[in-house]
Design a protein around this ligand. Structure first.
Ligand code: CP
Length: 329
């Protein structure tokens, strides 16, 4: 966890400047473990914000705050949910793509971080290269949020855990099963996030796509202290007794050149109605979207009665609003 003192602009200011009185402890959220002890708080705040907004309450807790959003890859949910979050909170979001800002090419992560820290209150970054994300965070005086890198997707897992809590009323003790690419950024975040909130987790994936060693070890460390099950298997029958079934694309943004091989390798790992029927009767289905119909899941499952994927996408907004409030208020 990285704790940082805001403002980067502190040096050189007059001692009477009002900003010197509002130094706040801030931190980056590069991994879900950066908010390990605050996950349930963030989820509960997200649920409350959603309810308050639907009851017509104003949520403008971040007036005059600005978020820079850097996207080196395409996005629908992450971009729109963060931008709307800042709008509803009374703040502002600035979208920057690779035509505007080329970290590591046009300008170093260090210089970009220091300059942006003088303009904005937080930076959300979807990076092509995790090294740049970590360099940016190291040199930024303001919190940096990971909007997806090759290894983790912390904002998605917050929304997913919030969605599970809304539907199931609890997280503790549930059985979560992920079917598909075990070495996916989302799978790594599921591993860490699920055990952090007391859920048992099972990853069903061809062995050569099992999660990276670091994430398995970190997950086991947490799970062992809480007496939780962590299962890695190639057997789809492990879905039995699942409360939640999740999947994601077999060909994530970083592996587009491996598409044909991956489609072959993941044959037999599609979430079908038959697979859903192996789980508990009231199991729910999650997918972070975008969906590749007929690959990781069938249309019947994706739009079937157990699917909550549109609520899950909506909850990106509320969970991110909660996270922004926690980091910036
Ligand atoms: N799930 C997700 O991150 O969606 P986008 O890629 O559209 O942001």
């Amino acid at each position: 966890m990285r704790i940082k003192n805001n403002f980067g602009m502190k040096k050189g200011l007059n001692n009477n400047h009002p900003y010197l009185n509002i130094l706040i402890m801030r931190k980056d959220v590069l991994s879900i473990l950066d908010v390990e002890d605050e996950i349930e708080d963030i989820i509960n705040l997200g649920i409350k914000l959603k309810r308050d907004f639907k009851e017509g309450k104003k949520l403008n807790y971040l007036r005059e705050k600005t978020l820079a959003m850097i996207f080196e890859r395409e996005s629908t949910r992450t971009r729109v949910s963060f931008e709307v979050a800042m709008t509803l909170l009374g703040g502002h979001a600035i979208y920057l793509n690779r035509r505007d800002i080329k970290i590591g090419e046009r300008e170093s992560a260090e210089d970009t971080a220091q300059v942006l820290s003088r303009y904005v209150d937080a930076i959300m970054y979807r990076s092509l290269n995790k090294r740049n994300l970590y360099d940016l965070a190291e040199h930024a005086a303001v919190p940096v949020i990971n909007g997806l890198d090759e290894d983790e997707h912390p904002c998605q897992i917050l929304a997913d855990l919030m969605s599970i809590k809304e539907k199931k009323g609890r997280l503790d003790g549930l059985k979560f099963v992920f079917i598909g690419d075990g070495d996916d950024n989302l799978t790594h975040s599921y591993l860490l996030g699920c055990v952090a909130v007391g859920m048992n987790i099972c990853i069903v994936s061809p062995k050569k796509y099992w999660p990276k060693k670091y994430f398995i070890e970190k997950t086991l460390d947490i799970a062992n202290k809480k007496n939780l099950d962590v299962i890695l298997t190639e057997d789809v029958n492990a879905v039995k007794e699942a409360d939640v079934i999740a999947t994601d694309t077999w060909v994530s943004l970083w592996y587009e050149n491996e598409r044909e091989r991956r489609i072959r390798d993941f044959h037999g790992y599609t979430v079908t109605t038959e697979v859903m029927n192996l789980a508990k009767k009231d199991a729910i289905f999650l997918h972070c979207m975008p969906v590749h119909y007929g690959e990781e899941a069938t249309r019947e499952v994706v739009h079937g009665p157990q699917s909550i994927i549109i609520d899950e996408a909506e909850n990106r907004l509320w969970a991110e609003m909660a996270l922004l409030i926690k980091l910036l208020r």
